[in-house]
Design a protein around this ligand. Structure first.
Ligand code: AMP
Length: 422
């Protein structure tokens, strides 16, 4: 094949789109219930938003951004994640003066130049929920709960929330200091990547999967031990809310998440497999109390997260053998002969006006082949518009299961079907 999708990017064909649509619907319904308004931000944003927000030392900014310079000289980047764009919009559109919290959700494509592997793409979709303007720990719990129930509504059962607190601008420097001095004394035993991380973004060492770094991680000071009193109390309250919600969670002292803007609570949600292994996170997020200020806005506490749509779809497909069947037609319109085919177009429009979901194969000539198609669609009724019926302005309605037939007037056929289905 001469032309193919770029590495790490893929077409989403109809058989997968049904899952995407199901996820979109679940988000819409849950967002409606919890009072989150949809927002769509541009796919390109000023590069600086990510450099300042996501952080110059993060993997995303260092290695993974698709950045370009426009003919006009602007530096733009294909968005690698959603939060900085949402916060930019919050500041730009005067939402800083709106009643708090300002709750928003989104779903759309994101781009990261990562090494393609299972569940990791260069173009992928995320849905995210963001709540801006409220410092209370109940918001952290609510955000986690919203992702949890969204996944549950999509059929996920054995979910686990992992969480940690990485402190704030007051207490994190103390932790960084003690962690850095610990790293200096173990510098020589780190893997090559972590030696670099130790210089640029030491907390990223907690993400390292290399065998030789595990014992260094295990012996390292833990960020939870150096939280200041307000951060400690905030985290304790988040856990109490999660207890109240009966949400299964576990504390993961290594969960730091690689982005600069996170403060206090950070979390991930994954599905546990039978042997206790997880297949990577489905959702990641946390509190980001400094991001709005970093991007030129007012001091705005906030919390949010994002879920990987492709990863969710892959697991849904694995679990469910059948694609979601929403929207499958209960009626099929079969036509025979030139006049039958001509008149079928008007009948189809009658059905659309009554919001009937009708299957058809207008290009086909053979009745038996059309009936076979109706059968594979699982249609309950078939409307047959043959040459004779077309001449008499009539239609045969056949019940597929019993084979019972009735002839009705052409202009009454759609109404008759509607009545039977109801
Ligand atoms: P992050 O924005 O890195 O916190 O990721 C949030 C979620 O998006 C993850 O839990 C994954 O489910 C998904 N995700 C992140 N990166 C990718 C990627 N390259 N390909 C597919 N899904 C991704």
């Amino acid at each position: 094949m001469k032309f193919q999708t770029p590495t790490g990017m893929h077409d989403i064909l109809e058989e997968d789109l049904v899952y995407f649509k199901k996820i979109q619907k679940a988000c819409e319904s849950i967002a409606g219930f919890y009072g989150f308004k949809e927002i769509q931000t541009p796919i390109l944003e000023q590069t600086e938003i990510f450099e300042k927000g996501t952080g110059a030392t993060s993997d995303i900014v260092q290695k993974e951004m698709y950045s370009l310079r426009t003919k006009g000289g602007d530096h733009l980047t294909l968005r690698p994640e959603g939060t900085p764009g949402v916060v930019r919009a919050y500041i730009q559109h005067g939402m800083q003066n709106a009643p708090k919290p300002v709750n928003m959700w989104y779903m759309g494509p994101f781009f990261r130049h990562e090494r393609p592997q299972a569940g990791r793409y260069r173009q992928f979709n995320q849905f995210g929920f963001e709540s801006l303007g409220v410092v209370s720990p109940i918001i952290d719990a609510l955000i986690i709960q919203i992702f949890y129930v969204t996944l549950q509504s999509l059929g996920f059962k054995d979910l686990m929330v992992e969480l940690n607190s990485i402190g704030c601008s007051q207490c994190r420097p103390y932790f960084k200091k003690s962690f850095n001095s610990y790293l200096r004394s173990h510098q020589s035993s780190l893997c090559a990547d972590c030696k670099q991380r130790a210089k640029k973004n030491p907390l990223r060492i907690f993400d390292c999967k290399q065998e030789k770094c595990q014992s260094i991680k295990n012996g390292a000071p833990q960020v939870l031990d150096s939280l200041c009193k307000p951060c400690h109390e905030h985290f304790k309250a988040v856990l109490e809310f999660l207890d109240e919600l009966d949400l299964p969670y576990s504390l993961n002292p290594y969960l730091v998440r690689g982005l600069d803007y996170y403060t206090r609570t950070v979390f991930e949600i994954m599905e546990q497999t039978k042997n206790g292994e997880s297949q990577g996170s489905l959702v990641g997020g946390g509190r980001y109390d400094n991001l709005a200020k970093t991007l030129g806005g007012k001091d705005t506490p906030a919390c949010g997260g994002a879920a990987g749509v492709e990863r969710i779809v892959n697991l849904m497909k694995k679990r469910q053998k059948k694609a979601p069947t929403e929207g499958v037609c209960q009626v099929f319109l079969a036509q025979v002969g030139e006049l039958g085919r001509k008149k079928s177009l008007k009948l189809l429009e009658d059905c659309r006006a009554l919001k009937l979901n009708v299957g058809h194969a207008l290009h086909k000539d053979s009745l038996s082949s059309q009936l076979r198609t109706a059968d594979t669609h699982g249609c309950k009724y078939v409307m047959i518009l043959g040459q004779k019926e077309a001449l008499e302005n009539k239609v045969i309605i056949r019940e597929m299961e019993t084979g019972k037939q009735k002839t009705v007037a052409l202009d009454k056929a759609a109404k008759e079907i509607k009545k039977r289905i109801a």
